[in-house]
Write a protein that binds this ligand. Structure first.
Ligand SMILES: NC(=O)c1ccc[n+]([C@@H]2O[C@H](COP(=O)([O-])OP(=O)(O)OC[C@H]3O[C@@H](n4cnc5c(N)ncnc54)[C@H](OP(=O)(O)O)[C@@H]3O)[C@@H](O)[C@H]2O)c1
Length: 339
């Protein structure tokens, strides 16, 4: 048996019919991850559908107690409640779970990993057999911030996000598509269960439920996950998350202050060689990161690096990445590669 065959893994993909699940299959194939067998899983709703992987056709099964038997790795992207239910079952069956949902991210015995930032935390995976993939907006923020933090000591960050509808899943793509057509035809956009208001031609500063103080779930995810991944427990984080009517990739306006103030040139020098980062910073030539350019690509694009106009000693940055690739599928497969 060749080394490759010995090392090839049986990979279960829960949520294989969704946006992230399909992107995970694409990334596994593109990166030539050593797969001996794919087990595509979803709900009853899409059981029996087929998916193609590396020239073979696989039938999607409804997830059940025996779904993970013999699996080495289980990539989950089916939402928090299926994850709470099935991740322990998969781990008990001997698989290492890499979970895209929010179910396990803040569990102290589950590592929350961005391979460019805290790959060493993977040793904690033994505790529960589960590794959490962070929220899409957090991933791209920390890939850009961590190299600056290592050089200068991050002591405050503010995020304002511009998040595409693909971050909400398959159904949201249709909601934006249909709503845009309805408005362009002179009609009121139909309402849906996906968002509290039609998203077409609008901005919704509402991602997840609001707490008693008016902070949204998405905002708390970015605050808590940034601290956990970068190991800065007391990092002050300001955050406003906004859903915007674009299909793919998230943008983020970030203001970051450091113990040792960095000039924009020093920041550019650090970021030009930083893992996972692609610098696009020539505003005079209209060169800066854009969601449509980033769609389908792997990098976290950083630009518009400048002195912040309000906060003494702070830098302002504009960061864009594909939420389905680095924000979800690619990061999950990179974690599987670390294993
Ligand atoms: N979209 C992003 O940018 C992004 C980024 C980071 C993390 N995530 C997380 O990834 C997860 C999936 O997101 P998505 O955008 O791919 O959503 P999606 O397009 O709506 O797909 C959801 C997938 O989960 C499956 N599923 C739903 N309920 C299930 C259940 N009870 N049991 C088994 N399978 C079930 C669906 O199967 P059926 O076809 O059978 O319904 C489908 O395959 C969510 O937790 C999301 O928060 C998403």
């Amino acid at each position: 048996m060749s080394d490759i065959v010995k090392k090839a893994k049986k990979v279960a993909v829960l949520g294989a019919t969704g946006l992230v699940g399909r992107e995970m299959l694409k990334v596994l194939e593109q990166r030539d991850f050593p797969v001996s067998e794919i087990v595509p899983l979803a709900s009853e709703h899409s059981a029996g559908q087929t998916i193609d992987f590396k020239g073979s056709r696989y039938t999607v099964s409804a997830v059940g107690p025996d779904s993970f038997n013999g699996a080495d790795i289980a990539l989950f992207s089916a939402g928090a409640s299926p994850s709470k239910r099935w991740a322990p079952v998969a781990a008990e069956a001997g698989a290492i779970v890499v979970d895209n949902s929010s179910a396990w991210r803040m569990d102290s015995s589950v590592p929350l990993i961005v391979p460019e930032v805290n790959p060493e935390d993977i040793k904690e995976a033994d505790k529960k057999g589960i590794i959490a993939n962070p929220n899409c907006s957090t991933i791209q923020a920390v890939v850009a911030l961590y190299p600056l933090h290592k050089a200068a000591g991050l002591n405050y960050v503010s995020y304002t996000t511009f998040q595409s509808v693909s971050g909400t899943g398959q159904e949201a793509l249709e909601v934006l598509d249909t709503g845009s057509r309805e408005i362009l035809e002179g009609n009121e956009p139909s309402s849906s269960l996906v968002y509290p208001h039609p998203i077409a031609f609008d901005l919704l500063p509402h991602i997840g439920a609001f707490d008693i103080d008016g902070v949204s779930e998405e905002e708390w995810k970015m605050v808590r996950e940034s601290r956990k991944i970068m190991h800065i427990d007391d990092l002050p984080v300001s955050c406003t998350t906004v859903r915007v009517p674009i299909f793919r990739s998230h943008g983020e306006a970030i203001v970051a202050r450091f113990d040792k103030p960095l000039s924009p040139d020093e920041a550019r020098e650090i970021l030009k060689d930083a893992p996972g980062v692609n610098l696009q910073d020539n505003p005079g030539g209209s060169v800066y990161p854009r969601p449509r350019f980033a769609a389908g690509k792997d990098a976290v694009y950083v630009g518009r690096i400048r002195k912040d106009t309000g906060l003494e000693g702070a830098l302002a940055l504009w960061v864009v990445a594909d939420n389905l690739r680095k924000g979800a599928a690619l990061n999950a497969v990179q974690i599987a590669e670390l294993l």
